[in-house]
Design a protein around this ligand. Structure first.
Ligand SMILES: [Zn+2]
Length: 718
């Protein structure tokens, strides 16, 4: 066996090249960790640190997909290529080269530095008439006995890996399948981390342009789990080749989901848009409670009468606003649904308000006179042909007359459709607008301007644009590449920055559905969030986005989006408090709180009355500590807290049990480096909390039913 060992001066790492057997491998060393790639096919085989293996061998080094002129896909695996091995070149430890009979050449630079391993792929020699759609490599596999932090829906700790997988692509229709764990979107961060017994592996794209990609996992037949950062390749060079300016990072680390989120947060902090905290309106310091209600209909979006309800004219809601202001000792934001003069949820046009501007102006002025606020739900950047809720609203003729179809998003085969809330039984029949199209951007900007000029304080403008993102446009006739790429994120970010610069100057804040994804956090700092138990058959929700982004983004507990047909409301709202979220309630037209939107208004909500004093108390804590709970960052526990495991049953998008603890905790640090912690008992009986301090001393506290305590007598100095 021949062994070569040498120092790489640039990055101070050691590379060991081992050949001689059919199972020869190539080793890279960095910061005490050893990465091994197969010399037979270049796949990632092993990552060892502190004597512990962090991964399992992958079968493939990569997969990729080509599209032909008709948009038909061809998926090709690395095993269909001839692997030429990994050779040394200047400034890079190794470059792997794979050649395909069709002319494709894939290269993968591998560099060891600073305790991590960096992979930079490129794909050249694209066959004539074909386009490279996406690239998925390096491929990293883990053992299913790990827990996986998955940044979908704000953060899920996955423990059950059985679920169908397919690559992310153009979506014909909305569904709850796995085709949507898409960054930047419902996957808000571009990394995953797997861990067991405090020994973890962190896999990320270090991509400052936030190129669209899947952040997904796939259970393989052999019971291993593959992690994928399948990346769209629309940012092509002139020769059609893909040579990304970013790399993928694979590294061992110590800890669980929080430590992994710290690694990502350290990277986020280097991004220019995160150099300083967002400019927050003064009202956020008062932590207003959102009252979410429709002014038409009976709490459902379809199949019911859309006549004005008891909350219309708008002024009818003033006694309710006053009631909750008093009950919760709080400023209120009336956050309206079904208020659009067009039709409920009929993007992009919403103005004038239902019943006319004068009616809404009375309400706006009455709210502002009390120091309260006016907010509205919109529904993002889709296009409504016909409202499925109010079928008399139709833009079909205009669409035809003005040939507007040319501005809409298209699939690889020229398909035109829309995904979210689309359909006869949904909210509308329509399409998705292409945000790299000037006409679409112009219409959206003009509509937003009407809201801000009117004096709306908050617009949940990008509701249905999950994570503030948009989906995939392949239109060949648009003024952008025919394959999705970072250009699409640039387009959405330009739109949001334009809106914030123009309309934000009037004080109007913009939001989206679910926490904003990384590139959109600086522009969307207040959003409708909720853990989605319907998706939690994978494991349990963890506050990943709050942990990473709370200094820049403070969300609210949202409208629940049908997740809470039945769930323990105290657990739900206390979880929101510990995520650092502001509060919201969904009301019926009698001003009574209901489980959520769009639950039936006669659905039982047993905790309704008991919830109000709890929210009042929690919001008082929020108002007392804005440097932590509005502006601060979430940190790892500075004292160890133990309480008994518990389960919360839910019924909504799905039905099942969420694993939790009897006592919820969170820990915070403000800009001065001071720290604070809180613990809440969400149960209706006393719960015990064992606290172990840094010096090893312990204390057992008995928390009264629904009690929240501070975990230190004083705010702690770092
Ligand atoms: Zn387009």
């Amino acid at each position: 066996m021949r062994k070569l060992s040498f120092k790489v001066s640039v990055v101070a790492a050691v590379v060991v090249f081992t050949t001689a057997t059919a199972f020869a491998t190539i080793e890279f060393k960095s910061g005490g960790a050893t990465l091994r790639l197969s010399d037979a096919n270049g796949a990632v085989e092993s990552l060892v640190a502190d004597g512990a293996e962090r991964i399992v061998p992958a079968a493939e080094a990569f997969t990729l997909q080509l599209l032909d002129g008709k948009g038909e896909p061809t998926l090709i695996k690395s095993s269909e290529f001839a692997f030429e091995g990994l050779s040394r070149v200047e400034h890079v430890e190794r470059v792997g080269v794979w050649r395909h009979a069709n002319g494709l050449v894939v290269r993968m630079e591998v560099t060891a530095a600073d305790g991590e391993f960096r992979f930079t792929p490129s794909v050249e020699g694209i066959p004539a008439g074909m386009l490279l759609e996406w690239f998925d490599g390096p491929q990293v596999c883990i053992s299913p006995d790990r827990k996986l932090f998955w940044p979908e829906w704000d953060g899920i700790e996955v423990t059950k890996f059985a679920h169908p997988y397919h690559p992310v692509g153009y979506r014909e229709r909305f569904s709850n399948d796995r085709s949507k764990s898409f960054y930047p979107g419902l996957a808000q961060m571009q990394f995953m981390a797997a861990y067991k017994d405090g020994k973890g592996v962190y896999f990320s794209a270090v991509d400052t342009r936030h190129t669209p990609k899947a952040v997904e996992w796939e259970e393989l037949g052999d019971k291993t789990v593959r992690l994928t950062l399948q990346t769209f390749c629309g940012d092509l060079d002139k020769d059609g080749a893909w040579r990304p300016k970013f790399h993928y990072s694979l590294r061992p680390y110590a800890g669980g989901w929080m430590e992994a989120c710290e690694i990502y947060r350290d990277w986020v902090r280097t991004l220019p848009d995160f150099a300083k905290a967002p400019k927050r309106p003064k009202w956020m310091y008062d932590s207003p409670v959102n009252l979410i209600y429709p002014v038409r209909g009976y709490g459902r979006d379809s199949g019911r009468d859309m006549k004005p309800n008891r909350m219309f004219p708008y002024m009818n809601a003033m006694p309710t606003v006053e009631k909750y202001g008093k009950l919760l000792d709080s400023r209120i934001m009336a956050l309206l649904m079904h208020w659009e003069g067009t039709a409920p949820w009929a993007p992009p046009y919403v103005w004038p308000p239902f019943g006319g501007e004068a009616e809404l102006a009375k309400f706006r002025d009455a709210l502002h006179a009390r120091g309260d606020l006016l907010g509205v739900y919109c529904s993002g950047t889709a296009w409504t042909q016909i409202s499925s809720i109010v079928p008399t609203y139709s833009l079909e003729q205009r669409f035809e007359d003005e040939h507007l179809g040319r501005h809409m998003m298209r699939g690889p085969k020229g398909q035109i459709t829309a995904s979210i809330c689309n359909g006869h039984d949904g909210q509308k029949l329509g399409y998705d607008m292409c945000l790299a199209d000037d006409w679409c951007v112009g219409e959206i900007v003009a509509e937003a301007a009407k809201l801000s000029r009117f004096g709306v304080d908050y617009s949940q403008f990008f509701d249905q644009n999950m994570g503030g993102g948009w989906l995939l446009c392949y239109a060949k006739h648009h003024n952008h590449p025919p394959i999705p790429g970072a250009w699409a994120v640039d387009a959405m970010l330009a739109l949001q920055k334009r809106l914030v610069a123009a309309e934000g100057s009037s004080g109007m804040v913009f939001g989206c559905e679910a926490a904003a994804a990384t590139p959109y956090v600086p522009t969307l700092s207040y959003n409708d969030v909720r853990p989605m138990p319907g998706l939690l058959w994978f494991g349990r929700p963890v506050p990943g986005t709050a942990f990473v982004f709370h200094e820049w983004m403070c969300n609210f507990t949202g409208n629940q989006c049908a997740m809470m047909k039945r769930m323990d409301a105290f657990w739900r709202w206390m979880t929101g408090f510990h995520n650092g979220d502001m509060f919201s309630l969904v009301l019926n037209d009698r001003g009574e709180a209901v489980c959520g939107w769009p639950s039936l208004w006669d659905e039982p909500f047993p905790e309704r009355d008991g919830l109000m004093p709890v929210l009042k108390e929690l919001n008082a804590i929020r108002k007392k500590y804005p440097s932590f709970l509005l502006e601060g960052k979430m940190i790892r526990p500075f004292v160890a807290c133990e309480s008994r495991p518990a389960e919360v049953e839910y019924e909504g998008w799905g039905k099942g049990k969420v694993e939790t603890r009897e006592v919820l905790t969170s820990f915070w640090e403000n800009a001065r480096g001071e720290r604070i912690g809180f613990a809440s008992n969400w149960r209706r009986e006393p719960s015990e909390l064992k606290i172990t301090y840094a010096d090893g001393s312990t204390e057992t506290r008995m928390l009264a039913p629904l009690e929240t305590i501070r975990l230190s007598k004083n705010v702690l100095k770092k």
